[in-house]
Write a protein that binds this ligand. Structure first.
Ligand code: ADP
Ligand code: MG
Length: 345
């Protein structure tokens, strides 16, 4: 559904053949991408894959070694950041600690010569937008919690009423519970404002929660782009599959699942990617006796780390606390080839 929605929306930002090198290092390598008006696009990749460089190029904080950037069809490749209708939120937030919350949010407006009364009214509006009380106007930023500081940085980013907001790992330094709450708030803010969000994270889990589309980056290139469902259901290769978290990757050799000693279906490719919840105790089209090596309780579900008779490691996830699966016990597990995502490399 998200896909159909995107197709009908006009393109806001189009990059073609975008590259950036620092000496020998090719940080961004020939990236082409269309971002739709109002989309929440998340770029995911491991550290050093070029995410920050790419978003800095998009925001105009860095100039490309090659390639073009179009905003609604207009070439803005050489337009500096402060003359683009975009704003950026960094991991560090970069708040001025010697200034009040209000002064932080209205800083850019002050620079532009907006009169004080208008600035104050706008700051109140922005505080409401990010769900902070108006009384925060005069508060010192040093007296705000991590979550409040996040919202202040967001309010400041919205102050210029940007069409596109760029986020570079804004939640990566925040503890788990607050991060989960803020992910929901980001998504909510995106829906309420209808603006285009381009968000960077190294956490695919975070991307899954918020995004219309996810782009996976590896070594300066976008190696897969799609809806969360597409990435989850059809990872392009083992690298992407590995990013999905704990998954089974079964190699196929000589028409058999190596490590299971069972025949693979006719449509088999080089590797079978099987999610832990698709490997179930009991029956299946493909079954094998597997020994429980480790049992990890995750609240409402349990992860079982298993080993096949030939020593291949596998992982299954079952509902509840599954007390019967004691370490050292052997059970029959099975799966359906319908649940396999096949990859070639
Ligand atoms: P990510 O944000 O995914 O961690 P970066 O975009 O920060 O990745 O970095 C990509 C690559 O480019 C890395 O190898 C990094 O060391 C290099 N790089 C980034 N910025 C610079 C710079 N200003 N000078 C030299 N190398 C850089
Ligand atoms: Mg980075």
């Amino acid at each position: 559904m998200a896909d159909a929605m995107q197709d009908s929306r006009p393109v806001i930002l189009s990059l073609a053949g975008f590259s950036k090198s620092f000496g020998e290092i090719q940080a961004v390598d020939n990236v082409s991408l269309d971002i739709s008006e109002g989309e929440f696009l998340t770029i995911v990749g491991p550290s050093g894959s070029g995410k920050s460089t790419l978003v800095r190029l998009l925001a105009g904080l860095e100039s490309p070694s090659a390639g073009r950037l179009l905003l609604r069809g207009r070439d803005i490749t050489v337009i500096p950041a402060n003359r683009r209708p975009t704003a950026m939120v960094f991991q560090s937030l970069a708040l001025f600690d010697h200034k009040s919350v209000g002064e932080n949010i209205e800083f850019a407006m002050k620079m532009k010569g907006v009169p004080p009364a208008d600035r104050k009214a706008r700051v109140h509006e922005l505080l409401r937008l990010v769900r902070l009380p108006e009384s925060f106007y005069a508060r010192a930023t040093t007296q705000c919690s991590g979550g409040e500081r996040q919202r202040i940085a967001l309010a400041r980013a919205f102050a210029s009423d940007p069409d596109i907001l760029f986020f570079d790992e804004p939640l990566s330094a925040i503890d788990y519970r607050l991060r989960k709450a803020l992910e929901v708030e980001f998504k909510d803010l995106h829906q309420r404002t209808g603006r285009t969000f381009v968000y960077i994270t190294h956490s695919l889990e975070e991307a899954m929660v918020m995004s219309d589309r996810i782009a996976i980056m590896q070594a300066g290139q976008i190696i897969q782009i799609g809806t969360p469902e597409e990435i989850y259901g059809k990872p392009a290769n083992r690298f992407v599959a590995g990013f999905l978290g704990e998954v089974n990757i079964l190699e196929v050799a000589g028409g058999h699942f190596a490590g299971l000693d069972r025949p693979a279906p006719a449509n088999a490719r080089r590797y079978a990617v099987l999610r832990p919840e698709a490997l179930r105790p009991g029956k299946g089209d493909v079954t094998a006796d597997l020994t429980v090596v480790q049992r990890l309780m995750l609240g409402s579900r349990t992860q079982l780390f298993l080993r096949s008779p030939t020593g291949a490691p596998l992982i299954s996830e079952v509902a509840g606390d599954a007390p019967e699966f004691e370490r050292g016990t052997t059970y029959s597990f099975g799966f359906s080839p319908d649940n396999i995502a096949w990859v070639d490399e």
